[in-house]
Write a protein that binds this ligand. Sequence first.
Ligand code: SF4
Length: 382
Amino acid sequence: MTSLYVHIPFCVRKCAYCDFESYPDRLDRADEYIDRVLGEARKRRREYGAFSCYSMYLGGGTPSLLTPGQLNRLCGELLDVFPPEKGAEITLEANPGTVTAELLPAAVRLGFNRISIGVQAKQDRLLKLLGRIHTFPEALRAVDMARQAGIENINCDVMCCLPGQTEDELAETLTGVMEAGARHVSCYSLILEEGTALYKRVRSGELSLPDEEAERRQLRRAARTLESRDFERYEISNFAQKGYESRHNLVYWERGDYLGLGCSAHSFMRGERFDNPRFSRYMAGEDGLDRETVGRGAALEEEILLGTRLAKGIDVGHIRGEYGDPAADGLLNCAGRLKGLVVLENGRLKLTEEGFFVHNAVVLELAAAVQETGPDTQRRNG
Ligand code: SF4
């Protein structure tokens, strides 16, 4: 089971909070970039042999900036090199300011069956603060265009904990996207990345972020708003109607194999992690750098970090079978000390809503508890 991620590093304009690798002035190199990505895909097929893809995610950047012809050339060949499995989830990430009536039918013909739309907020004031190029009505139009093209599996990204954002504004945004037909909502708190325009405005004191208590109130309100319409929280920041959980993202959280193509893409293949460099070096032919086999200790830490993000939590029996009794018992003992933050249900260790608020701290405690015991170094058959 292997998934594909393809990074498209072009955008119309740099958003004020963005530190992803994306460029507002390089779209003229898109054809050359597509050639390079296809070359990398063929190289990886030689390395790993043929495999079919469980899911594919075309992200960025703004993949919806590609023309239908470019999308066709890129994805047509990629899906030839790595044919999709039956039922594969194939997602196009789209910026509502760039979705055209021509692009979506072309995407559907190629096999795209999911779209992820960066809505972020309903209020013009907040969209402007974020430096987004779209308005909320344009975002709703993009959702509508996707449905008209036959895509039912629609995610909307919404941001919370923005400077000056109220709980009511957040709830209005969430209600708006659910009423428009979203089946999945990713609701992320703003992370202030050093060097971004927003970072400078907050650091200078011009803008301020909500304090911890206000942040928790927003996150609780978001969860209640989404749950009131049968959106279930299946991951710390992700909610979906039944059957619309993202197969692709679950691969990341469940430590499945994925191959990242394009500049700045990360991969986890056959127990090894590696990265691609930024645009210029990538275009000059470098890729697959810093290869590192994930050792057993690091793998266990990843299981804890990622598994605690999921509402279903960590399967303690799996930890026992893979990493040994001391690791599983260490987790259970530590969970007993983290009352109110962690629960054990049906052999799974899960974070409560309060636990999700302090996810990083809980992970540190659990990881320290298993480090004290040390995971078995021998792989087990159980
Ligand atoms: S559209 Fe996305 S990738 Fe592009 S600048 Fe904005 S946040 Fe960054």
